[in-house]
Design a protein around this ligand. Structure first.
Ligand SMILES: [Fe+2]
Ligand SMILES: [Fe+2]
Length: 281
């Protein structure tokens, strides 16, 4: 799909890798779309990338691991930016069980079939044993789909937060720690108001209690589907969600505003050329 930037995968910890991509959204900006691999005793892929970038995704994945070695494919939820290569992986990763919820399986059946013997149903609060570690399933503080299940790797203390803690960016970034703090805050608040508009309807006490639950895990590394990797900055990410609760609700452009914006938008090809050195070949 034109405009998607598929970047080279890279290791974040000795056994955790990121497959980063970016999806430009008119009006908003650049949305990171990340998948992850945990090289556990039973290897885990977390989400399967964007529709429209399957070739790049599979090429990047193969550079990290033989898909046939995957034992688990954890779907945080079944939005199109998380299941892009799932169909292909059902063939290329025949040993892998698809970790999702009953609702995730049901929603996916509206577009394709998940063979029942390939599915492993796991609910928030439950734990998946992947040989050398346990992965704790939890509902993240914000989400845009009811089946959403985040996970916490108890061995590396990494929180894979699904859509939560995302941010809209102006340009690709290696990690969240190196980002301009104002851009990170504004992009984080914007993302939360777009992706979880119901946040405005929650009360402060309920949100605080939810965030306290995440804080109690003490994650060293937060890996959102929609943010560059964030080390030791959970408090800042949580502050963005707190600010988003009372921020101005986001309303999308109407037709006239959209057409005006599209007419003046830069061509995606120009940006792609600038970063081709780090893109997946
Ligand atoms: Fe989503
Ligand atoms: Fe998403």
């Amino acid at each position: 799909m034109d405009g998607i930037l598929s970047m080279a995968p890279r290791m974040l910890t000795p056994d955790t890798a990121i497959l980063p991509a970016y999806f430009p959204v008119p009006i908003l900006g650049l949305v990171p779309v990340n998948a992850f691999v945990i090289r556990a005793a039973e290897p885990v892929l977390i989400d399967t990338g964007l529709f429209g970038a399957q070739q790049e995704f599979m090429r990047g994945l193969r550079s990290l691991i033989d898909p046939a070695a995957l034992r688990w494919i954890w779907l945080t939820h079944v939005d199109p930016d998380h299941i892009g290569s799932l169909e292909r992986l059902l063939v290329e990763a025949p040993q892998a069980r698809i970790v999702t919820t009953f609702l995730g399986m049901g929603k996916y059946s509206l577009r394709g079939q998940l063979p029942p013997d390939r599915v492993f149903l796991l609910n928030p609060g439950q734990t998946l044993d992947v040989g050398d570690r346990k992965l704790f399933a939890l509902r993240p503080p914000t989400f845009d789909a009811p089946e959403t299940t985040a996970l916490f790797d108890l061995k590396t203390r990494t929180l894979f937060s699904a859509d939560s803690f995302g941010a809209v960016l102006r340009e690709p970034a290696e990690d969240a720690n190196g980002m301009n703090p104002t851009a990170l805050r504004d992009g984080g608040v914007l993302w939360a108001t777009v992706d979880a508009p119901w946040l405005h309807m929650t009360d402060a006490t309920a949100l605080h209690r939810t965030l306290a639950g995440v804080h109690s895990l003490h994650p060293d590394l937060v890996l959102s589907s929609h943010l560059p990797p964030a080390r030791g900055m959970l408090d800042k990410l949580m502050a963005n969600l707190t600010a988003a609760r009372t921020a101005t609700p986001w309303v999308g452009p109407d037709q006239a505003a959209m057409m005006a914006a599209m007419a003046t938008a830069p061509q995606p090809g120009a940006r792609r050329e600038r970063i081709s050195a780090t893109s997946v070949a």
